[in-house]
Design a protein around this ligand. Structure first.
Ligand code: DGY
Length: 431
């Protein structure tokens, strides 16, 4: 499997960065790149270094780290392409490479720390770390400046694509509140459904709303208080915030070693600590949930983002136990771990992107977190499910969690980079 994983990464390497998969995602994606760097770091450190350096070459002067970096302007299999985003509307966006105007989960701090743990003596890596610490801090300060209107240490997202969980039911009620009138969105044609099966991808109604929010962001040059005031969609995602916090904690440790000021990072960490569980833990459901700022309330949906905080020290022992019990119950009922959405909800859809399927990079993050929290047996179960499913179906983007569904294949894109990278990490950890 390691050999196959290596081949997938090689196939997707574009001389400086890695595409998630050919055609469906033909550019550099932000958090994909982070996870992919973890795979490369086990095979060829110089590629991991190039990957991150290339990602940060797209950072804007205001700190935004875009969710897509369009290194090539001739690739035409993806919508929305660089011309649709028109990042130049923000004067701080670089002329080249072109990029999108939104971001993705801020994984880079903890990824950089893991690279350092793997290669503590690499001079080349140490140079990268010194170079990236200030850039990651600038990125995080952008998030707190533009996305944390009440200084809670909790950032909001105004676009489901930022969360990485595009069509999760978490966003449904906020998206449903958007009424699109004729002329509100430009005409466009999707490319994803001609490459992947349309019943495995978001629906057309959802896509219209993604485009609506993209246009809204563009009107505000993708930043600022005015954007917050106008957007009908402003959600404090429990996963994005857990990941940002995890990265901040890694940054603190790296800052100490690399002699970088820690005060600002300490403030971020302590604010998040004060608000996170108060606002995002749902005691009755026994999981974390996201918070809708526009409707002023928690979103009561059980989904994979509500499990990710076990990978941080924001999780108490009791919270870890409750999440573990939930996963063990699912396993006993015959599901593979970890379904991305509540299998008992009428909105569960075992095929469709983030409304049910299993995602290997999420599994890897959850298993690592659970192991660190002392839940090694459960971590092993998750690892075993991930390995088995990829071994059986191939290096797809996502997979069915119903083992007896008679499924013959994985879903979404094939030869998927972060699936390969996750397999490399899981195999290393299970040795
Ligand atoms: C897509 O195009 O499906 C991506 O998830 C958005 O970045």
């Amino acid at each position: 499997m390691i050999q196959q994983a290596k081949e997938v990464l090689e196939t997707n390497w574009r001389g400086g960065f890695t595409v998630p998969t050919d055609k469906l995602y033909p550019f550099q994606w932000n958090w994909d790149s982070g996870f992919v760097a973890l795979g490369w770091a086990r095979l060829d450190l110089s590629r991991a270094i190039a990957e991150l350096r290339s990602l940060f070459s797209g950072q804007w002067g205001n700190g935004l780290l875009p969710h897509i970096i369009f290194h090539s302007e001739s690739e035409e299999t993806y919508f929305p392409n660089f011309d649709f985003w028109n990042s130049q509307i923000n004067p701080t966006a670089p002329e080249f490479p072109k990029s999108s105007g939104i971001t993705q989960p801020a994984v880079h701090g903890f990824i950089l720390e893991e690279l350092h743990q793997l290669h503590p003596d690499s001079q080349e890596l140490n140079e990268l770390i010194s170079e990236l610490i200030p850039k990651i801090c600038l990125y995080h300060s952008f998030l707190y400046e533009h996305r944390d209107p009440y200084n809670e240490g909790l950032i909001f997202t105004y676009h489901p694509w930022e969360s990485g969980r595009d069509n999760s039911p978490v966003w449904d009620s906020a998206l449903d509140s958007i009424v699109i009138k004729p002329g509100d969105i430009p005409s466009y044609s999707r490319r994803d459904t001609s490459i992947a099966n349309s019943d495995e991808r978001p629906t057309q109604d959802q896509y219209d709303r993604y485009v609506y929010l993209l246009e809204l962001g563009k009107r505000h040059a993708y930043q600022g208080q005015s954007l917050y005031e106008e957007t009908p969609f402003a959600i404090q995602d429990c996963m994005m915030n857990a990941i940002l916090y995890k990265s901040n904690q890694s940054l603190l440790r790296l800052a100490e070693k690399f002699d970088y000021p820690q005060e600002e990072i300490l403030t971020w960490v302590s604010r998040t600590k004060q608000s996170f569980n108060k606002k995002l833990w749902h005691d009755k459901m026994g999981c974390w949930v996201s918070y809708d700022l526009k409707r002023d309330g928690q979103i009561e949906e059980r989904e994979i983002g509500g499990i990710i905080p076990v990978a941080t020290d924001l999780a108490s022992q009791d919270q870890v136990n409750r999440i573990s019990d939930y996963l063990i119950r699912l396993k006993k009922r015959g599901f593979s771990l970890c379904p991305s959405y509540d299998v008992d909800s009428p909105k569960f859809d075992s095929k469709r992107y983030w409304r049910g399927p299993i995602w290997p990079h999420m599994n890897a993050l959850i298993a690592e977190g659970l192991e660190a929290q002392g839940e090694s047996e459960l971590a092993k179960l998750i690892d075993r499910d991930t390995l088995q499913i990829v071994d059986e179906y191939g290096f797809f983007e996502y997979f069915d969690c119903q083992q007896d569904a008679g499924i013959k294949s994985g879903y979404g894109g094939d030869q998927f980079s972060w699936t390969a990278s996750s397999i490399i990490r899981i195999l290393e950890r299970s040795q």
